[in-house]
Write a protein that binds this ligand. Structure first.
Ligand code: F6P
Length: 549
């Protein structure tokens, strides 16, 4: 779809046909599709493996016609053309006039990428080489703290894309991490994480990675300065702070102005978006913990998914299918949310990671040409690991009034050898998607009878995907993350929005800069500078803050 046609998405033949098709299948139950002759064939047809991941999408309210229409929609919206433009390094981030070349970050040696200025692969390889040398030095004890002691604690200071990815990957792959390193992440301006971390740190053996693409982010810079003061207060002389601080940023001047030696700044290109950056030097903390070999495996897994996304036809393309199924529910069933249910605590941090990836990318109401969208865009992403979620909100998924599609993620080989636990975990995962599909029409409700029957007998026909991962290795995690990155891209391509900017986040940052000084003293508030509610909140806060001091 060209931008001049961009306001016509909901009037394309495929969109119109999908609207009619939605009505057509409205009264049909997935149960019947599964009971029909050749139902096993449905699973066969609606499953797909790529880059070591298997997606079973058969428990969705889709049939062959749905998929034909959805892939037609993808064709009408030029999804493949937009993907190829991203691959070619064109400035697909139109509002910031930048490429979005995160795929270049995980390309193996010999596979080259260019942006409009020229080759970027050389820079990627050089920066990976620097990261490897540094990570090895820290891990092997060649890089030491100011007093000659080995580094045993790594603190990543960053927020958003400079925190969520590294934190999630380090947590998910802890069994692959260096046992002698303890990892700490400080993101929020709220000092809770900082205050809890400090007593567990030892200035002589702590290395801080200040991670900020812009090196201006309020939270990160404030936390970094506080850590700096803490080192000085704990006996590390200013001249030796360089042994305890490195920076990851694409603004080496700003990092140098903070006092970090330019030789210890790991830079990356403008064409790496924050939420797509864990593959870049933003992943330095990951490499420090897992080591270069496992970091390479993470990249290799992502590259395998990239290759699949680039080469597979639309109808057999995992990110494309996941995206189109999401569009089916978001735009034709008015599903407001998508629940992510990883069945392993190792992926506890995947839902928050995907919140930023999906909602900061596609939470847009303006098309790439500035025209307003006339269709829904990003769903609310939420969730937590199973089985915990089952004992919290799954009731609503089964019997609530809203349709909530679920992505179940199951890991077949456990990270820890407790076979009974693992068997029960997987049984729960599979039982939940079965229950969502079948509803209370099985034996349970038939036995209930009486007035309780209506409570116990529920409809089912609630959709889910199940992603199977053989084992949670660096390679598979890389593929999983890349799968969701590309899914988000495909949805943006259909919705004709730019997934690579985040203008909405900026306004709050600007207003915060005006409010902060007004909280510094009770008299600093300019009457009438804010709406009455905000002014009253500032006054109430000041009354407490300044009374206590
Ligand atoms: O939350 C807004 C945001 O700009 C994110 O897009 C980004 O990941 C985060 O802040 C951190 O930015 P930086 O890496 O520049 O500190």
């Amino acid at each position: 779809m060209t931008s001049s046609q961009s306001d016509r998405l909901d009037r394309t033949p495929a969109w119109q046909a999908l609207t009619e098709h939605r009505t057509e299948i409205d009264t049909q139950h997935m149960r019947d599709w599964f009971a029909a002759t050749g139902a096993a064939d449905r699973v066969e047809r609606f499953s797909l493996s790529a880059a070591g991941l298997t997606l079973d999408y058969s428990k969705n309210r889709i049939n062959d016609k749905t998929l034909t229409l959805l892939t037609q929609l993808a064709r009408d919206c030029n999804v493949a053309g937009k993907r190829d433009a991203m691959w070619r390094g064109e400035h697909v981030n139109v509002t910031e006039d930048r490429a979005a070349l995160h795929v270049a970050l995980r390309a193996p040696a010999g596979v080259t990428f260019r942006d409009m200025q020229g080759d970027v692969s050389g820079m990627v390889r050089a920066s990976l080489a620097r990261m490897r040398t540094f990570a090895d030095a820290v891990r092997d004890g060649k890089w030491r703290g100011a007093t000659g002691k080995r580094i045993t604690k790594i603190v990543n200071i960053g927020i958003g894309g400079s925190d969520l990815g590294p934190r999630m990957v380090c947590d998910a792959l802890a069994p692959f991490g260096a046992p002698h390193l303890s990892m700490h992440f400080i993101a929020n301006i709220d000092p809770t994480e900082l205050a809890r971390a400090l007593p567990t740190l030892d200035a002589e053996t702590t290395l801080v990675v200040v991670c900020s693409k812009t090196f201006t982010t309020l939270e990160t810079m404030t936390n970094a300065r506080t850590l700096r003061t803490w080192f000085l207060a704990n006996g590390i002389p200013e001249a030796a702070l360089g042994q305890h601080f490195v920076a990851v940023s694409n603004d080496a001047d700003a990092a140098a102005a903070f006092g970090i030696d330019r030789d210890h700044v790991f830079e990356f290109g403008e064409w790496v978006g924050g939420r797509y950056s864990l593959w870049s030097p933003v992943g330095l903390t990951i490499m420090l913990y897992l080591g270069p070999k496992h970091f390479d495996a993470l990249l290799a897994g992502a590259h395998a998914m990239d290759t699949h996304f680039r080469d597979a036809p639309l109808h057999a393309n995992m990110p494309v299918l996941l995206a189109l199924i999401g569009i089916w529910y978001r735009n034709f069933f008015d599903a407001q949310t998508l629940s992510i249910a990883p069945y392993t605590d190792a992926l506890l941090r995947l839902p928050p990671y995907l919140q930023q990836l999906d909602m900061e990318s596609n939470g847009k109401s303006v098309q790439t040409d500035g025209e307003p969208v006339a269709w829904q865009t990003a769903p609310v992403i939420w969730g937590q690991p199973g089985t915990n979620g089952q004992h919290a909100y799954f009731q609503m998924l089964h019997q609530g009034t809203s349709l909530v599609p679920v992505d179940f993620i199951a890991v077949l080989e456990p990270q820890y050898p407790f076979p009974e636990h693992h068997r029960k975990l997987l049984a729960n995962c599979f039982a939940q998607s079965e229950a969502l599909l079948q509803g209370g029409s099985m034996a349970t409700s038939a036995q209930a009878g009486g007035p309780l029957a209506a409570q116990r007998c529920f409809e089912g026909n609630r959709p889910s995907n199940t992603l199977l991962i053989d084992a949670l290795t660096p390679e598979r995690l890389g593929a999983l993350i890349a799968l969701y990155e590309h899914k988000v891209f495909v949805q943006a391509a259909v919705w004709n929005i730019n997934p690579f900017d985040q203008w909405g986040v900026e306004l709050g940052k600007t207003l915060c800069r005006a409010i902060e000084p007004e909280l510094a003293s009770p008299d600093a508030l300019t009457p009438g500078a804010h709406d009455a509610s905000t002014e009253s909140l500032i006054r109430r806060a000041n009354a407490v803050i300044h009374k206590r001091r």
